[in-house]
Design a binder for this molecule. Structure first.
Ligand SMILES: NC(=O)c1ccc[n+]([C@@H]2O[C@H](COP(=O)([O-])OP(=O)(O)OC[C@H]3O[C@@H](n4cnc5c(N)ncnc54)[C@H](O)[C@@H]3O)[C@@H](O)[C@H]2O)c1
Ligand SMILES: [Zn+2]
Ligand SMILES: [Zn+2]
Length: 344
């Protein structure tokens, strides 16, 4: 079968690999029907994910059809339409029992990183009963493409902020993850959502899609002052950092009001400075991390009921054979690209 592999730093190859088969009895084999390219794939390719194995098939955001199941798989059968979680998890270990599946002692972010992923025709999925979510008939592959990664990450970011009604939540980064965070913050009852990005086209999309109430470009406005003016001079009740650079890390705690939560979803490519002396007395809570994507069933249900939709994020599609073109479009944000769907 065809697969896109991470060959070496800044190098991918569209190559042939043998079709995967069941290795453990909790595995399933999935025929991929749609996959997406994620910023984390770019992080792997530019060598910022030390765990990523050279030669691994990329891809951890996908939908598909189950074509084979191991003997211990209970909830899935051949022919089931699924969306996949980017985290494979055993649901039995110390961390899984507490919902911290990102730290699963037997799984974690493996697909497309340490084991072959979904930018291929078929993929072997460990702990299939946990990792795959069945799709109801009214949810298409397109509708469910982002459930197990960026939508879960946005949901995670919003959850981290422990949103109360009446809260004003600022989301730094109006990229796909930031927009998912805005949508989830609204769903969780935030009264006002402020989108912050330096890309005006992305801010425009966030407004048009009704994801935010205000949009700020920090390169054109004093973001700290604008946030203050929208929050009785206090600052945001919660901040979700979904951009991932030095400037945005700093902005995140600067625009937070005293006693706020700063939820960091972004993955930084270098160390950040936390100048505690400058924030003394603000009594902030920082939460960080890779997504504990344990809400996939709920997210599919919300999509099925029409409460949330991520369809607008698919600005570009490419057939699988042209996936490398898809990477170029995504990496360079060509034609205001948000997400590229790879079709099979
Ligand atoms: N925690 C997780 O599990 C998890 C999961 C998925 C993605 N991520 C991370 O989340 C982050 C966002 O992902 P994405 O796919 O939306 O990426 P993206 O690059 O499309 O979005 C980042 C946005 O930040 C904006 N930005 C850059 N510099 C800025 C600045 N100085 N001020 C304001 N905005 C600025 C960009 O214009 C862009 O719109 C990435 O770091 C990604 O690796 C984390
Ligand atoms: Zn991802
Ligand atoms: Zn586990």
């Amino acid at each position: 079968m065809k697969a896109l592999i991470y060959a070496d730093k800044n190098k991918t190859e569209f190559t042939n690999k043998p079709e995967p088969d069941i290795i453990c009895d909790s595995d399933a084999i999935v025929q991929v029907t749609m996959s997406a390219i994620c910023t984390s794939d770019l992080h792997i390719i530019n060598n910022s994910v030390p765990r990523a194995k050279k030669g691994v098939t990329l891809g951890h955001e996908f939908t598909g059809v189950v074509v084979k199941t191991g003997d211990k798989v209970k909830n899935l059968k051949t022919g089931d339409r699924i969306s996949a979680n980017c985290i494979t998890f055993c649901n039995k270990c110390y961390y899984c029992k507490r919902g911290f599946i990102n730290n699963c002692e037997n799984g974690g972010w493996e697909l497309g990183c340490t084991i072959d992923g979904a930018q291929a025709e078929f993929v072997r999925v460990p702990y299939a009963d946990n990792t795959l979510t069945k799709l109801p008939d009214n949810v298409s592959y397109k509708n469910a493409l982002f459930v197990g990664d960026i939508l879960s990450s946005g949901y995670f970011g919003a959850l981290m902020c422990e949103i109360n009604k009446d809260d004003t939540i600022a989301v730094i980064g109006s990229g796909p993850v930031g927009m998912c965070a805005m949508m989830c913050a609204k769903y969780m009852g935030a009264k006002k959502v402020i989108a912050i990005d330096i890309d005006n086209a992305r801010l425009k999309t966030a407004i048009e899609q009704n994801l935010c109430d205000y949009a700020i470009n920090p390169h054109e406005q004093d973001a700290q002052e604008v946030v203050k003016s929208l929050t009785h001079g206090r600052g945001a009740d919660g901040v979700i950092e979904a951009a991932g650079c030095d400037e945005t890390f700093k902005l995140a705690w600067q625009i937070a009001r005293a006693n706020a939560i700063v939820g960091i979803v972004a993955m930084y490519e270098k160390a950040q400075i936390l100048p505690l002396c400058d924030m003394y007395g603000k009594n902030l809570t920082f939460k960080t991390g890779g997504v504990d994507a344990i809400h996939c069933e709920k997210l599919v249900e919300l999509i099925s009921k029409g409460e949330i939709s991520t369809d607008f994020l698919i600005t570009h599609s490419v057939p699988f054979e042209r996936i490398k073109e898809g990477y170029e479009i995504f990496k360079n944000k060509k034609d205001n690209c948000l997400k590229v769907a790879v079709t099979y």
